[in-house]
Design a protein around this ligand. Structure first.
Ligand SMILES: NC(=O)C1=CN([C@@H]2O[C@H](COP(=O)(O)OP(=O)(O)OC[C@H]3O[C@@H](n4cnc5c(N)ncnc54)[C@H](OP(=O)(O)O)[C@@H]3O)[C@@H](O)[C@H]2O)C=CC1
Ligand SMILES: O=C([O-])CC(=O)C(=O)O
Length: 276
């Protein structure tokens, strides 16, 4: 079969690695309604379900291995576990292409890729994802920011697989009330909660960095949504904002995450662009 990426004709060829709720929702949106893009390649851990999904889409993207997607595409959206971030990201950045990063925590551990991007001309985009207000945080960071604090509250089941909690199960116990399970920086949270706290790293990158962004994580048995409350004190403004995310099929991931990526893609090709 002729690979579909040979027929791009001026459109940005999009590859998506990871076909969980984020990858699938973004794939459907790119496939159906985003002018200027051609869904070209998909990748998942299990090729058979990935192929079945690819065959259900009118653009019939190829199913490739994660590290092959960069060769076939101009823009690659990483929606996969943090553990395989480098496999996906490195070839994209080395080839001077565009990388959209959902595993923002993993980017912190592979920061050399940002330096590589400066030399290859690659672009690394971190969407607002499951969060809000990164435009205001970035604007404030043009001036002096005194503090950025985030409190995340999650249902117990959204935290149970976090490495930080593996030998701290006693914190959760048979909790019937909210329990604070972590207090520290966004950098510390990124390694302790690689699949749960990408939002804290996105906030840190928008504002005062991973070592000055302070974070508390609470496990709340009564919650059914991931909620994030952010407070910023800066010389230009003080503000606080919060979001309560409706979970996707993956309880750890809010539905709004994929929509944020769709907006990012749409904005790149729009004549009228709203927000910074
Ligand atoms: N920045 C943000 O605001 C947010 C970021 N996230 C992050 O976004 C990412 C996607 O979230 P979500 O859709 O819920 O993730 P899921 O965990 O539901 O899905 C992960 C996908 O990655 C695939 N995968 C695993 N290993 C490989 C591999 N070696 N090669 C290719 N694909 C692989 C899996 O394949 P298979 O289906 O075959 O198992 C699966 O399709 C996660 O890293 C999550 O932490 C999530 C929410 C918010
Ligand atoms: O940060 C993450 O990876 C996920 C998250 O908190 C959310 O979806 O609200």
């Amino acid at each position: 079969m002729t690979p579909s990426w040979t027929t791009a004709a001026g459109r940005t060829r999009v590859g998506i690695v990871g076909l969980g709720p984020v990858g699938r929702a973004v794939a459907r949106a790119v496939d159906g309604s985003l002018d200027g893009y051609l869904l070209t390649a998909l990748s998942a851990r299990r090729p058979a379900p990935a192929q079945e999904f690819a065959d259900s889409l009118p653009s019939r993207p190829a199913v490739l291995r994660a590290q092959e997607v960069a060769d076939a595409c101009d823009l690659v959206i990483e929606c996969a576990p943090a553990a395989i971030f480098d496999q996906i990201a490195q070839p994209v950045v080395e080839q001077g292409k565009t990388l959209v990063v959902l595993s923002a925590g993993a980017l912190l551990n592979s920061w050399h890729l940002v330096d590589t991007a400066r030399t290859t001309g690659a672009t690394i985009l971190v969407p607002t994802g499951a969060l809000l207000g990164l435009d205001a945080v970035q604007a404030a960071a043009e001036g002096v920011v005194h503090s950025v604090r985030m409190t995340t509250r999650k249902p117990l089941r959204g935290l149970l697989d976090a490495p930080y909690l593996q030998d701290r199960r006693h914190l959760l116990g048979g909790a019937t009330e909210p329990v604070r399970v972590f207090s520290g920086t966004a950098r510390e949270a990124a390694s302790g909660f690689p699949a749960n706290l990408n939002v804290a790293v996105a906030l840190a990158l928008a504002g005062v960095g991973p070592d000055r962004t302070e974070l508390e994580i609470w496990a709340d048995p009564d919650l059914d949504r991931n909620t994030h409350q952010i407070t910023v004190e800066a010389d230009s403004a003080s503000f606080s904002m919060s979001i309560a995310n409706v979970p996707s099929e993956n309880v750890k991931t809010g539905l709004i995450t994929a929509l944020s990526v769709v907006v990012l893609l749409r904005k790149r090709t729009s004549a009228l662009q709203i927000g910074t």
